[in-house]
Design a protein around this ligand. Structure first.
Ligand code: FES
Length: 174
């Protein structure tokens, strides 16, 4: 019997095989495109909405966007790869966006970054093998007075060291 999706996980945190196949992705992307049809320059809002829907920008969404917005595939991929906020693979259940900008580096951000990468066994933009954590760089979160700073699932956290960051992750872990 096929396993059912865990009910407590939102769709974007479900494993890819439970998020719907390419046809489902295409249909949901068309709905998003329809909802943005009146906008001028809709590419960025559409991409943000697609990522909000799926947790990343699935490859199956791209042809729909290309066709609806009369863009080339290269143009759409160019925008996706230009902006750090967009990801093309599913994120982990927790996303750490660790500030890499100067003020946070000056308060220990470099040491923290090296330490957390080593402990998680991943580099920037990667997800742990168990799908628990994705680590992404951020470039100033407006929390410069309390660095090193990060967003953990969009919740701000400051004055971080490795122990505090791991404790926050453990608290947040499903
Ligand atoms: S430099 Fe890290 S939050 Fe501004």
């Amino acid at each position: 019997m096929a396993s059912q999706p865990p009910e407590h996980l939102p769709p974007q945190h479900l494993p890819p095989h439970q998020q719907g196949g390419p046809d489902d992705v295409a249909a949901r992307t068309r709905q998003i495109l329809d909802a943005h049809a009146e906008l001028e320059g809709p590419l960025l809002p559409v991409l943000h909405a697609v990522q909000a829907e799926f947790g990343h920008i699935p490859e199956a969404a791209v042809p729909e966007i290309v066709q609806a917005l009369a863009l080339s595939r290269a143009e759409v991929h160019g925008v996706i790869s230009f902006y750090h906020d967009f990801r093309t693979t599913p994120a982990g259940r927790r996303v750490i966006r660790l500030c890499r900008a100067e003020a946070c580096q000056a308060t220990g951000g470099d040491v923290l970054a090296a330490d957390i990468r080593a402990r998680l066994g991943i580099d920037w933009g990667e997800t742990t093998a168990d799908g628990r954590v994705t680590l992404e760089p951020a470039f100033c979160l407006g929390l410069c007075a309390c660095g090193p700073a990060a967003l953990i699932d969009d919740r701000p956290a400051g004055r971080l060291d490795t122990a505090r960051l791991e404790a926050l992750l453990a608290e947040a872990a499903p």
